[in-house]
Design a protein around this ligand. Structure first.
Ligand code: TUI
Length: 314
């Protein structure tokens, strides 16, 4: 049996790096691609000129395939879509919305499209619209999230579509890769683990906050407004909760949150900034190179699948 994701994208290992805003830089993405995975430049809310530079830089750094993650709530969404078409990027992933209205343009420009979907309904719709594969992201993930867990959403989407599915949310090691594959995924996408990589430009204080986090420290904000965002608990998260209790408007909370992600992850303001990270933070103990992270995951997964075969000899 061949792996359709590795074939589709011409990569060695079925491991994507999540397209994290501010952190999905050319340096991080090229390190992941060079190690045989799929490096992804994260646009977040950056403008097209900034992302054009990142694309130019990654092409200088590596000859391997890479992708661009388009955050659909970006104020620069139209110029980012123009940019990836102009630059003939080979693959885009999309997040935080429905990319339906851009599908035709992506396809006309030969761009493979892999939307992140949080539900079975959107997965089916994206398959009908011409998506090449899907990323299902469970609520374990960091940042902007849906309600369903990876373990429940993944097999339901796998059963509902014929295109390959990539699992995201709560995966950071070989056990996670094997589990995802057992549930029908053909690849995994990993974000939080790559924050704690040597090549990630995250502020040392943010990396240390991820390393220090325990199982229950990555909490969800925005339950009342329905705009769920998972962050490591701190004064910023508590203030948002308080604003929700006080019935502040979404606009007021957005205003409070503006600039908070950059403050935490780049400037190291770990008390007052937004430390987006997944539930798996509690399991991450060290900083390694992207190559080490990927090779460790692959080795652990291969060893584990042999052990499972033995355990199944009943
Ligand atoms: O996009 C993410 N995670 C993110 S994006 C981000 S930065 C940000 N900046 C400003 C505002 C909001 C976020 C931080 N983390 N993950 C992928 C993802 N996509 N999670 C959930 C979704 C999603 C949600 C709804 C995808 C599609 C969708 O469709 C709704 C619809 O229109 O049907």
């Amino acid at each position: 049996m061949k792996n359709r994701i590795c074939e589709l994208l011409n990569i060695k290992y079925p491991i994507f790096q999540g397209g994290m805003a501010w952190l999905g830089t050319a340096e991080l993405a090229s390190a992941v691609s060079d190690a045989g995975g799929m490096g992804i430049i994260g646009c977040g809310s950056a403008d097209a000129e900034c992302i054009r530079k990142q694309i130019k830089r990654i092409r200088e750094l590596t000859d391997r395939p890479f992708g661009v993650n388009i955050m659909l709530l970006s104020p620069y969404i139209d110029e980012i879509v123009d940019l990836v078409c102009e630059e003939k990027v080979s693959m885009v992933t999309t997040g935080a919305g429905n990319p339906g209205k851009y599908m035709k343009r992506f396809k006309e420009n030969n761009i493979k499209v892999i939307p992140v979907v949080p539900t079975v309904a959107l997965a089916k719709r994206m398959e009908r619209n011409g998506a090449d594969a899907l990323i299902i992201e469970g609520t374990e993930a960091g940042g902007h999230i849906g309600e369903l867990t990876t373990i429940c959403l993944l097999p339901q989407v796998v059963d509902a579509v014929d295109i390959p599915v990539i699992a995201a949310g709560g995966i950071a090691d070989g056990r996670g890769l094997v589990a995802a594959m057992a549930l029908g995924a053909e690849a995994v996408q990993i974000g939080t683990r790559f924050i704690c990589s040597e090549e990630c430009i995250a502020h040392q204080k943010f990396k240390e906050a991820v390393l220090k986090a325990k199982d229950r420290d990555a909490i969800v904000t925005g339950r009342m407004t329905g705009h769920l965002v998972r962050v490591l608990s701190n004064n910023f998260a508590k203030k948002l909760e308080e604003m929700e209790r006080e019935g502040k408007t979404i606009e007021e909370m957005e205003e409070y949150g503006r600039g908070a992600l950059r403050a935490a992850v780049i400037d190291g303001e770990i008390k007052t900034g937004s430390m987006m990270a997944g539930q798996i933070s509690g399991m991450i103990r060290d900083i390694k190179s992207c190559e080490e992270i990927i090779l460790d995951i692959v080795k652990e997964a291969k060893d584990l699948s042999k052990n499972i075969e033995d355990m199944m000899s009943f």
